[in-house]
Design a binder for this molecule. Structure first.
Ligand code: ADP
Ligand code: ZN
Length: 741
């Protein structure tokens, strides 16, 4: 080939040709090498267009050695970077965050980068209409300075971005001259500052006067933010104690420092009340970031964040990957929520990654909850996190009285789900003109449809799951894969007509019962399928606040942070629901969820009351809810997990082996089992069928790696996976710190 005949001189000049690593937003093993054309002046973190196979793709100039790098490409095979985009380069702290998340979750760094590049459209290709900025001192090239070029240089000031058209006019040159100067590395494209769409919240806008405990906690947080250093604070306090107002003071301090603040909420679609509160405190709305914002807003927000023009962002977990140039505060509200765990693609827990993001950005981190996770409590106990506590409800409101209804003593009527004591309590409450809420964490009409004649159960063809009846839509649905079918007129097994019957309640069925009991009551159902999107949720919340509703029936959506001042009764239809199954955290989660739901009652003057319907009122979870002593409950939980090194006192990772071919899944799982690591403090459980043994048509097996806390699971997992050959038809998903198992 050509290379063979190259002389010494040639080889040398090729060897000094600059090359850079570019990380592509694809699940590849590491960054790829590219040649830097002499015409481009590039910085680490720059967004660049590079050729890959037959197409052009956007990547980021990367600077850290990443896992599994391939052997270097010889110079003559190296392809060149095509262009650099006019966007601020990805910051060092975000690049390190991408690397960190990749290493921790055992994901390809490019797969993580993709989450930080969710808005390629935000990065406009360089056009004459784009802005230009003076290039920094670059390379050893001496481009020719013609008089035309000199006029352009005279018209520019360092760091100032000017629109191409204006610049060309000012220097009396054509746009082509600018392009040529860019090709010669004299100027570079840059994003034009755009009219500010995100008003600057005023930190000194008058907010509510804080109570004594609030003021003390706020002062401690403000000090943390002012320190401009990493540190984690746990802010706890009973429901309704005013934690939000306290951490908004930390946001205010962050604004005074001129840094950006990020607030993560578990259910961003339901953030209407939160936004009202923010506006009341700061006079303007913050930037919003979640999956349902339109692509235009998305692009503007991304750019504004990158240019430091969005001082406060409130968002879902994906907001962690926004390109904040100077992040000073990360708040995770309702830190115990499992909604912070992302289960698809890169499997990560946003609460834990928020702490990492804050550390890398030298920012303060605040975790907020009335019912913190055992992980976080343990970190506070061992002194890793600072802890602040608000002991009382704001404004003299008292905590609701929680009572059990023993369903064995006071059963509902046949085929009904509300017990006589709960019915009486609802009647009294709405009779007084107050609001009542019935909580059942189950969407649809009935969780199971059964043939009365032969006992056949309607199940999903793709998943290990029963089909849930949604009567309003006349459909049977799988809540895992989305499969839906019309309810058959006769049993598909025995052919008997009209023999299929609904078993158990969902919220729709509770609604049906409520209509029969209180036909006059004005009702609203709050569930993810009855409130599709933030606007519907906001409208429902507004109706409740305006007392246009007497009775609220809802799933876990109603548990999340709402403040309904006229709500005084909460009835939990099935308090035992979350306790079934072998999940390590079932008890912890049930306490958290039910305590949160209970906390919706009695948040203003009128006292609140909570009734929990249960078949096991003596269960420790129920006792904790009645006594309100969650600390004692969590101490007992800790005492149960500690001896066996269960999280947070040990580490856990799951391998989910899946394939459309059951035998292949089985075989790979068995091979992994045979190659399992061992030794002091390392244990592998399984393989066993995964909790959903069939999901979306894939057969799933699971192995759990459990290690002592002082042993990192990642190297153990890497070595383990390297020992086993996985066929193409089989997927092995790694889940470090799994939440449901
Ligand atoms: P938590 O998040 O702790 O459950 P919230 O922050 O929702 O509590 O506060 C409960 C209610 O009390 C909200 O309506 C809030 O606006 C109000 N509130 C909290 N602190 C104050 C205060 N210092 N002055 C006036 N209202 C307050
Ligand atoms: Zn299914």
């Amino acid at each position: 080939g050509r290379g063979k005949h190259r002389g010494m001189k040639d080889t040398l000049s090729v060897a000094v040709e600059p090359r850079l690593k570019v990380l592509l937003p694809l699940p590849l093993a590491g960054a790829y090498d590219y040649r830097v054309p002499r015409t481009l002046s590039l910085k680490i973190g720059d967004f660049v267009v590079v050729p890959l196979n037959q197409r052009d793709i956007l990547g980021v100039v990367w600077d850290s050695p990443t896992e599994g790098e391939s052997k270097p490409v010889p110079d003559h095979r190296l392809r060149a970077i095509t262009a650099v985009l006019p966007a601020p380069p990805m910051t060092e702290s975000l690049r390190r965050f991408v690397d960190w998340v990749a290493a921790y979750t055992l994901s390809p760094p490019g797969a993580v980068l993709r989450m930080a590049m969710s808005v390629p459209a935000a990065l406009e290709a360089p056009t004459p209409q784009a802005g230009w900025v003076l290039a920094g001192p670059g390379g050893n090239r001496q481009p020719r300075i013609t008089p035309e070029r000199q006029r352009v240089l005279d018209a520019m000031r360092p760091g100032e971005v000017q629109a191409g058209g204006q610049l060309a006019a000012a220097a009396r040159v054509s746009l082509g001259v600018l392009r040529g100067m860019a090709d010669n590395g004299l100027i570079r494209p840059a994003l034009l500052p755009h009219p500010r769409r995100f008003a600057r919240p005023d930190p000194d806008h008058p907010g509510p006067v804080l109570g004594d405990a609030q003021a003390a906690a706020a002062a401690a947080l403000v000090e943390r933010v002012a320190a401009r250093a990493f540190g984690v604070t746990l802010l706890t306090g009973v429901t309704g104690s005013g934690k939000t107002e306290v951490y908004l003071d930390a946001v205010a301090e962050c604004l005074r420092q001129g840094r950006q603040a990020l607030v993560l909420l578990p259910e961003i679609a339901l953030s209407a009340q939160w936004l009202d509160r923010f506006r009341a405190r700061f006079g303007v709305a913050p930037a919003l970031w979640h999956s349902e914002i339109g692509s235009r807003t998305r692009r503007d927000t991304w750019r504004a964040v990158a240019q430091g023009e969005a001082p406060v962002v409130v968002g879902a977990r994906s907001a962690l990957f926004l390109p904040f140039p100077d992040l000073g505060l990360v708040v995770v509200d309702e830190e115990h929520e499992t909604a912070f765990k992302q289960e698809d693609g890169v499997v990560y827990h946003a609460r834990d990654m928020a702490v990492v993001r804050a550390r890398l950005a030298k920012a303060a981190c605040v975790l907020v909850s009335a019912t913190p996770s055992l992980e976080t409590l343990n970190n506070a106990e061992t002194g890793r996190y600072q802890a602040l506590h608000l002991p009382q409800r704001h404004g003299g409101a008292t905590l609701p009285a929680v009572e059990m209804v023993d369903l064995r003593q006071a059963p509902p009527e046949r085929g009904r789900f509300l017990s006589p004591p709960l019915i009486a309590a609802v009647s009294e409450t709405i009779g007084r003109g107050e609001q009542a809420m019935l909580f059942l964490n189950r969407r649809g009409y009935a969780p199971l449809t059964l043939c009365r004649h032969c006992g056949h159960r309607m199940r999903c063809p793709n998943c290990t799951a029963w089909l849930v009846e949604h009567r309003a839509q006349r459909r049977l649905q799988c809540h895992h894969c989305g499969h839906a079918e019309a309810p058959p007129a006769e049993c598909p097994e025995c052919g008997t007509a009209n023999s299929l019957t609904a078993v158990g309640p969902g919220v729709e069925r509770v609604l049906e019962e409520a209509i029969a009991l209180w036909p006059e009551a004005r009702r609203v159902v709050m569930a993810s399928d009855t409130l599709p999107g933030p606007a519907a949720a906001a409208a429902a919340a507004q109706a409740i606040q305006d007392r246009a509703v007497d009775l609220i029936i809802g799933t876990q959506i109603v548990a999340k942070g709402w403040h309904f001042p006229h709500l005084t009764l909460v009835g939990v239809v099935d308090a035992d629901l979350g306790l079934a199954g072998g999940d390590l955290r079932a008890a912890e989660r049930t306490v958290q969820l039910l305590h949160q739901v209970a906390g919706r009652a009695g948040r203003a003057e009128a006292p609140g009351r909570v009734l929990l319907q249960s078949f096991s009122p003596e269960h420790p979870v129920m006792r904790a809810l009645v006594s309100g002593d969650l600390d004692a409950f969590m101490r007992e939980e800790a005492a149960m997990r500690r001896p066996g090194h269960w999280p947070p006192f040990g580490r856990l990772a799951a391998l989910i082996v899946s394939s459309e071919d059951e035998r292949e899944a089985e075989r790979t799982a068995r091979d992994l089992g045979l190659a399992a690591p061992g030794g002091e403090g390392v244990q592998v459980l399984g393989p066993a069928p995964a909790p959903l043994a069939l999901l979306r048509g894939r057969h799933r097996r699971r192995l759990l790696l459990k290690t002592r806390r002082d042993i990192a699971v990642q190297p153990v997992l890497r070595e383990w996976l390297a020992r086993v050959e996985v066929p193409n038809s089989v997927r092995v998903q790694v889940d470090v710190d799994p939440v449901g198992f």
